[in-house]
Structures are given as structure tokens and as C-alpha cells.
Design a protein around this ligand. Structure first.
Ligand code: COA
Length: 218
């Protein structure tokens, strides 16, 4: 699929905040794709975008169609090398290659920032997003069952998907305990002991996902 000639993917800038808020609010109003459900708190969202664009903890790219932002992708960069991806494309611009261009640019950016993996969550009913990610090499890693409460009280599950960018540093199952109670990790350079105290606690691992994923607040 060829991206329409007038569309370019570029880093989001401070001048995009109003349009990003608008775009996000519009897609949230669709009620079926994002974690957030409309109406969103625009003032709060404006502040959040301002903070994000002035920090180095993430990558924020937009699809710009002759000066109008029609799509957006964000990566939240966890300190352990995993980038959490969230994205959206305006309704009238879907199915024209914009989503593909955004994800490809985000994956390149994650690689350039030294990440070993891109991770995301998607609602099981979101066939468009699921197909887009699978087409670009993401694999299903699991299902969170009945996980997120919607405003109407329903509990929705979410599919966890991931794209590994670097070769695995350790074997599947990663970590085993040897007969001395030491944690041992296998990597390509051979086995090495791992101090149990420096293993990441659960809380650090479960960093808040990007807001355009199901888990995002809004
Ligand atoms: C998911 C989304 C970002 C896709 O963006 P897009 O610009 O339409 O994607 P593309 O045009 O690049 O499509 C790429 C591929 O995705 C799949 N796809 C996209 N839309 C699809 C649809 N409606 N049904 C089935 N597959 C679809 C196809 O495999 C498509 O390739 P093809 O057109 O050659 O068959 C867009 O639909 C969107 O913004 N949805 C609402 C927000 C959202 O769901 N965000 C993701 C939250 S996890």
C-alpha cells in the first residue's frame, strides 16, 4: 500500500497540541477503540500533551497531510528497554496506509532509542488494529481476560502483542533457579548468575501503557 503523497510522518511539536487533543477526543467519542471513552477532559489532555512533548521519556510522531495532523503514534519508553505503543488515525483517513507508516516509523524510532521490544495492548474486537500490527510482525503474547471496566460496567479483555527488535538475550522462560537458590539467566554469551535483589519488582515492570491503548486512562 502506498501512503498518499501529501502525508508525511514527523515528530509531534508543541504547535500540534490543540489538534492532537481534538483528534484524540474524536476517536475516544467512537467509544470502541481506545481506553478512554468520550467525552474526554480536554483541559487535562492539553496539559498532558504539553508535559509529554517537553519530556524525553517518549516518542510522539504525527501523520501530517498537507499541514493537517490526521494520525498519531506514541511510544512510552520504559527504562528496561520496552516501548509501549499507542496510536490512532482520524476516521476519514483510515485504510489508506497512514497507520502502517506511523507504526513503521515508531518501530524505527524504538530501535534508534535502543529498545529491544515494542509492546501494546489491543481490544480483541479491534480487528483493524490487530490486523495492522500482525501485518507488521507483531505477535500475540497473551490475553487479559475481563480486565478493564467500561463506563457501562462491562469488563473488556485485551490482547497483549509484541514485536521483539533485538535477538533474545535469554532463553524462553528466561530465568531458572539453580540448586543453590541462585537465579540464573541464559544468554548467548553463556549462563550468568543474576543477583535476585536486582531483578525488577513487579511494580516496575507494569509501567503504565500509552494512552491510546486500552489501558490508557484517556
Ligand atoms: C487501527 C488504525 C490505526 C489503522 O490505521 P489505518 O491507517 O487504517 O491502517 P492502514 O491503512 O495502514 O492499514 C494497514 C493494514 O491494517 C489492516 N486493516 C486496517 N483497517 C482494517 C479494517 N477496517 N479491517 C481489517 N483490516 C484492517 C489491513 O491489514 C491493512 O492492510 P490492507 O489495507 O493492505 O489490507 C485505525 O483504524 C484507527 O485509528 N482506529 C481507531 C483507533 C485505534 O484502534 N487505535 C489502536 C488502538 S490499539
Amino acid at each position: 500500500m502506498t501512503l498518499p503523497g501529501e502525508v508525511v510522518v514527523r515528530p509531534a511539536a508543541a504547535g500540534d497540541v490543540e489538534r492532537l487533543v481534538e483528534l484524540y477526543a474524536t476517536v475516544a467519542d467512537e467509544g470502541r477503540w481506545l481506553g478512554a471513552e468520550g467525552p474526554v477532559d480536554r483541559a487535562e489532555l492539553r496539559q498532558r500533551w504539553g508535559r509529554r512533548l517537553s519530556s524525553d521519556d517518549g516518542v510522539h510522531l504525527v501523520a501530517d497531510a498537507s499541514g493537517v495532523v490526521v494520525g498519531q503514534v506514541s511510544l512510552e519508553l520504559a527504562p528496561y528497554g520496552v516501548a509501549s505503543l499507542g496510536m490512532l488515525v482520524e476516521g476519514g483517513w483510515r485504510r489508506r496506509g497512514v497507520g502502517t507508516a506511523l507504526v513503521q516509523a515508531a518501530v524505527d524510532a524504538a530501535r534508534n532509542r535502543g529498545c529491544h521490544k515494542v509492546s501494546l495492548q489491543v481490544w480483541p474486537h479491534n480487528q483493524a488494529a490487530g490486523a495492522l500490527y500482525r501485518k507488521l510482525g507483531f505477535e500475540d503474547e497473551g490475553l487479559l481476560r475481563h480486565h478493564y471496566r467500561r463506563r457501562n460496567g462491562e469488563l473488556w479483555g485485551a490482547v497483549i502483542m509484541g514485536l521483539v527488535l533485538a535477538g533474545p538475550a535469554s532463553a524462553a522462560g528466561q530465568e531458572v533457579e539453580d540448586d543453590r537458590g541462585h537465579h540464573r539467566q541464559h544468554d548467548r554469551g553463556g549462563d550468568r548468575d543474576v543477583d535476585p535483589d536486582v531483578l525488577l519488582p513487579e511494580g516496575d515492570v507494569a509501567r503504565e501503557p500509552a494512552e491510546t491503548q486500552p489501558a490508557g486512562e484517556q
